[in-house]
Design a protein around this ligand. Structure first.
Ligand code: NAD
Ligand code: GLY
Length: 360
C-alpha cells in the first residue's frame, strides 16, 4: 500500500492507494471518530461493494443511502434523501459520512457532509479511475445546476481517501478511458515525463495492467496533492487542473448531463484548448497532434458535438467559476507539460477555435 499526503496543516489527510484496501477495517476505523456512520453510494455500486464496506463497520451505528446513478442526478434535489436519513436517524455533528462511488457520489456525498449541521467528517472511497486520480482528492464538492456544471458547492476536505485499485476490475471500458482523460491532464499541465510515460504505456493502461494502473494513480495523486497543498481554494495554480474544462463543461451542460461522460467532455475540451494554444503560437502542429493522438489512443473523443454551435458554446462558457465579471478566462498550454494560469482570451482566436477545430 502507498500512502501519500495532502498537506493542509491541521486538515491534512492521507491518500491510501493499493490492492485489497476495502477489506481493511483498521483503515476505516482509524479515520472514524464517532459511533454514527452513514454510507452514501448509488444503485450500481451498492450491489458490488456496499456489503464489503459495511463489513468494516461492525460496532458502529451504520445507515446507508443509495442514490440513483448518473450525472443527471447530481443536483440539489438528489441531496435531500441524504439529509432526510441523517435527520431521521438523529445523526449528530460528529457522525461520519462515507462517500462510496465515482466522482458523482464523491462530490455529492462531500457536499452533503459539508452542509449537514454546517459540516460533519467524511471519507472518500473512490471507485472509478477518475475519482481515484482526481475528484476524491482536494475537497471540491458540489452539484450541478441546469445552467451550469458544479456551480453550487463547497471546498470541504475529507478525513482520508481510500483508493482500492481492485474495484476498477468491474469498471466499464468507457469509464476507464474517461478516467484516463484526467490522468493525461497531469502530464499536460505540469509533468512532461509523465506525459511521455503515458504515450508509451497507454495500451498497458487500457489492458488494465495492475502495475501500470498503480503507477498512473500514484503519479496523478502526487501531482494533485502538490497542487492542492499549494492552492487549496483555487486562487492560482489549482486552476490549471481545469485545463479543457471550460470547453468540457459547456459540452456537458449543452448536451444534457450524462450524454458525454465528464472525462470524454474534458478530452474534447483539452484538444480545443490545445488548438487555441497553437493559434496563440505556443504549441506546434506536432504538439497538438501528440495531444489529440494520445486521447484517441485512450479511446476518447476529440471533436466537439456538431449540434453545439460556436454561439451556444460561448454562451455556455460564460458560466464558469474562473470567469471574472462574466468574461471568459481559460487555461491554455505554453508547452506540453506547462499550463498557463487562467487568463482572458482573445475572443477572435477563441471563436476561430470554436468554428474550426474538429469541424472541417
Ligand atoms: P460517475 O461517478 O458517474 O461514475 C461513472 C459510472 O461508473 C457510474 O455509472 C457509476 O455508478 C459507475 N461505477 C463507479 N464505480 C464503479 C465500479 N467500481 N465498478 C462498476 N461501475 C462503477 O463518474 P466519474 O467519472 O467517476 O466522475 C465524474 C464526476 O466527477 C463529474 O460529476 C465531475 O464533475 C466530477 N469531478 C469532480 C472533481 C473534483 O475535484 N471534485 C474532479 C473531476 C471530476
Ligand atoms: N478537478 C479540479 C480540481 O480539483 O481543482
Amino acid at each position: 500500500m502507498k500512502k501519500l499526503f495532502v498537506e493542509l496543516g491541521d486538515r491534512s489527510y492521507p491518500i491510501y492507494i493499493g490492492s485489497g484496501l476495502l477489506q481493511k477495517p483498521e483503515l476505516f476505523k482509524k479515520h472514524i471518530k464517532s459511533k454514527q456512520v452513514l454510507v452514501v453510494t448509488n444503485t450500481t455500486i451498492a450491489p458490488l461493494y456496499l456489503d464489503t464496506v459495511l463489513k468494516n463497520l461492525s460496532g458502529y451505528t451504520v445507515e446507508h443511502v443509495i442514490l440513483p446513478d448518473g450525472e443527471q442526478y447530481k443536483n440539489l434535489e438528489s441531496l435531500l434523501p441524504i439529509f432526510d436519513k441523517l435527520l431521521a436517524c438523529k445523526f449528530s455533528r460528529n457522525a461520519t459520512l462515507i462517500a462510496l462511488g465515482g466522482g458523482v457520489v464523491g462530490d455529492m456525498g462531500g457536499f452533503a457532509a459539508a452542509c449537514y449541521q454546517r459540516g460533519i467528517p467524511f471519507l472518500q472511497i473512490p471507485t472509478t479511475l477518475l475519482a481515484q486520480v482526481d475528484s476524491s482528492v482536494g475537497g471540491k464538492t458540489g452539484v450541478n445546476h441546469p445552467l451550469g456544471k458544479n456551480m453550487i458547492g463547497a471546498f470541504y476536505q475529507p478525513q482520508c481517501v481510500i483508493a482500492d485499485a481492485d474495484v476498477l476490475d468491474t469498471l466499464a471500458d468507457r469509464e476507464l478511458s474517461a478516467g484516463l482523460a484526467e490522468v493525461i491532464k497531469y502530464g499536460l499541465i505540469r509533468d512532461y515525463p509523465f506525459f511521455e510515460w503515458l504515450e508509451n504505456n497507454i495500451s498497458l493502461l487500457l489492458a488494465r495492467d495492475k502495475n501500470a494502473l498503480a503507477y498512473a494513480i500514484e503519479q496523478s495523486c502526487l501531482n494533485k496533492a502538490t497542487i492542492v497543498a499549494e492552492d487549496e481554494t483555487e486562487t492560482g495554480v489549482r486552476a490549471t487542473l481545469n485545463l479543457g474544462h471550460t470547453f468540457g463543461h459547456a459540452i456537458e451542460t449543452g448536451s444534457g448531463y450524462g450524454s458525454y461522460l465528464h472525462g470524454e467532455a474534458v478530452a474534447i475540451g483539452t484538444c480545443q484548448a490545445a488548438d487555441l494554444s497553437r493559434r496563440k503560437g505556443w504549441l506546434t502542429d506536432d504538439d497538438v497532434g501528440r495531444i489529440t493522438g494520445l486521447f484517441i489512443k485512450a479511446n476518447l473523443p476529440v471533436t466537439p458535438p456538431a449540434q453545439l454551435d460556436p454561439d451556444k458554446f460561448l454562451e455556455l462558457m460564460s458560466v464558469d467559476k474562473k470567469n471574472v465579471d462574466g468574461k471568459i478566462r481559460l487555461i491554455l498550454l505554453n508547452q506540453i507539460g506547462k499550463a498557463t494560469l487562467p487568463d482572458y482570451v482573445d475572443q477572435d482566436l477563441l471563436v476561430l477555435t470554436l468554428k474550426s477545430y474538429g469541424r472541417e
